[in-house]
Design a protein around this ligand. Structure first.
Ligand code: SF4
Ligand code: SF4
Length: 115
């Protein structure tokens, strides 16, 4: 039996497979520096040593809304769907409401430390 992949979890009740959020590498612009591969803590990328290019190997591992790798890529070779897509998802799936419910129901998980 296959182990469940801990990296692929629903996001605020929406199954990860339903969410179109992962990087795309524009191979023509990639210089093979590896910054995206070595910086992403979720193992979204692997490196194609033969062609000296980053490869998106595990797109569903990508954290919804994160775009760190695109920010740090020195060649602007990483693209994402627009932020508007995420905002639309938040509206349509009532995720603000869900987040407020989490804060209310789990204060011990989120409360600031007493000073
Ligand atoms: S950070 Fe950009 S240039 Fe460097 S390997 Fe990744 S995609 Fe290529
Ligand atoms: S956006 Fe964040 S989680 Fe997704 S691949 Fe880039 S660094 Fe990793």
């Amino acid at each position: 039996m296959n182990e469940p992949n801990a990296m692929i979890k629903p996001w605020h009740g929406v199954s990860r497979e339903e969410i179109n959020w992962n990087p795309t590498v524009v191979a023509e612009r990639c210089i093979g520096c590896g910054l995206c591969v070595t910086s992403c803590g979720r193992k979204v990328y692997q490196f194609d040593y033969d062609n000296n290019v980053a490869v998106v190997a595990n797109p569903l591992h990508c954290m919804v809304g994160c775009s760190t790798c695109a920010t740090i890529c020195p060649r602007e070779a990483i693209e994402f769907p627009s932020c508007g897509y995420i905002q639309q998802l938040i509206r349509e799936r009532k995720i603000v409401r869900q987040s407020k419910d989490m804060l209310r129901d789990h204060p011990d998980d989120y409360r600031t430390e007493p000073k």
